[in-house]
Ligand binder design. Structure first.
Ligand SMILES: NC(=O)c1ccc[n+]([C@@H]2O[C@H](COP(=O)([O-])OP(=O)(O)OC[C@H]3O[C@@H](n4cnc5c(N)ncnc54)[C@H](OP(=O)(O)O)[C@@H]3O)[C@@H](O)[C@H]2O)c1
Length: 346
């Protein structure tokens, strides 16, 4: 018999800020898996800024495709348990990740290619960490922070590092990875509570709120002689400030530009790009999912850091698939701390 499953559909594309009104909860019949497929009961699904980029008739050229309307949203990392299997590669009871999130049940091909390299159906070692950690430090978030810092920014001894959105999923990891490698790290975030978290729990060398006072002055107070690496999660005004603060040979890992995602037509570029010429800076964009070959070394190091208590990790969990849109709005608005997740089932 087919399984009844709830899933979230986008019903129209937001022209400005996304709200719960842009979504609907649909009920569908999910068939039995066919040869080479499994049926997964999803337990946790990810809530990512990238979802907002794809909620438009056309996603930016070269990026993951836009979400079609009136269909289950696709390409969202999710963890769950195999409840029916028609392949020798996965057994009932296996904990897995895959890319068919924001729904209760998913049919997944054992040889599904994933999305941009990440998210192929994969068995997870739940002895190493709770399953949802694979949506955070042991998954795409860890991979993005790792690749951005070590590959893209090419972190070198003595580099002073600024990480924006540092209380978020990727930022909190990037900031701590740099700290654990012995760097001076400055973090910025959007509230006093988050700044306290950065100072007291993540033990960053300095932290400030981008809402409290001008960013440039606060960064200059934290790094009077400038910075060498900027891990950019925000773009816009933050990137402009970084360009003004980077020392010769400085590097920017362009990870995200969340300040632009809800702006129709996106924002203007930084007015001070000439600093990149003057100071021979490198600005390099990247997608964590293009660096899956780093997944295993990252997971090995990060699970050791988690196990020893050296790495701190927070989650903001929304209960119930029906509230996934609300969780997205909250995350984009800066109301969540650490990795934003939705618990779909126990
Ligand atoms: N390149 C990749 O492969 C890749 C992969 C994953 C994520 N990303 C990017 O990395 C960034 C962080 O993603 P995440 O999943 O870790 O999300 P997150 O940081 O957990 O959540 C997003 C945070 O961004 C901050 N924010 C929102 N609007 C802002 C604005 N106008 N100015 C400054 N900060 C703002 C908010 O925190 P505050 O309260 O601190 O303002 C919010 O909590 C995003 O840009 C995302 O697109 C890139």
């Amino acid at each position: 018999l087919p399984v009844r499953s709830r899933e979230i559909h986008l019903t129209r594309y937001p022209a400005g800020p996304v709200s719960e009104r842009h979504f609907t909860l649909a009920m569908v019949d999910v068939p039995r898996p066919q040869h080479g497929e499994v049926l997964v009961r999803n337990t946790f699904t990810s809530v990512d800024p990238a979802l907002r980029i794809r909620m438009a008739p056309l996603a930016p050229a070269g990026y993951f495709p836009a979400f079609p309307l009136h269909q289950a949203l696709d390409g969202i990392m999710t963890v769950g348990v195999v409840v029916d299997s028609r392949t020798a590669r996965f057994a009932v009871g296996d904990a897995v990740w895959h890319r068919f999130g924001w729904r209760e049940y998913a049919i997944v091909r054992a040889d599904d290619a994933g999305l941009g390299g990440l998210g192929a159906l994969t068995r997870l070692d739940t002895a190493r960490a709770p399953v949802q950690a694979y949506l955070g430090p042991l998954g795409g978030m860890g991979l993005t922070a790792w690749a951005g810092l070590f590959e893209i920014a090419g972190l070198r001894d003595g580099d002073i590092v600024w990480v924006s959105a540092a209380a978020g999923a990727v930022g909190s990891l990037a900031a701590q990875f740099a700290k654990l490698r012995g760097h001076r790290v400055i973090g910025s975030a959007g509230s006093d509570t988050k700044v306290r978290y950065l100072r007291e729990e993540l033990r960053l060398d300095a932290a400030f709120s981008h809402r409290a006072a001008p960013i440039a002055a606060q960064l200059a107070a934290a790094a009077p002689n400038g910075i060498d690496v900027y891990f950019d999660n925000v773009g816009g005004d933050h990137l402009e400030v970084a360009l003004g603060a980077l020392r010769p040979g400085g590097r920017v890992a362009l990870c995200g530009a969340i300040s632009e995602y809800e702006r129709p037509g996106h924002g203007a570029g930084p007015h001070n790009l000439f600093s990149a010429i003057a100071n021979e800076l490198t600005l390099r964009g990247f997608r964590g999912s293009s660096h899956v070959r780093l997944l295993e070394p990252m997971q090995e190091q990060v699970s050791a850091w988690l196990g020893s208590g050296a790495l701190h990790y927070r989650e903001s969990i929304t209960e119930g698939l029906e509230h996934a849109p609300r969780a997205l709005v909250a995350m984009l608005g800066g109301e969540t701390l650490g990795k934003t997740l939705v618990r779909i089932a126990e």
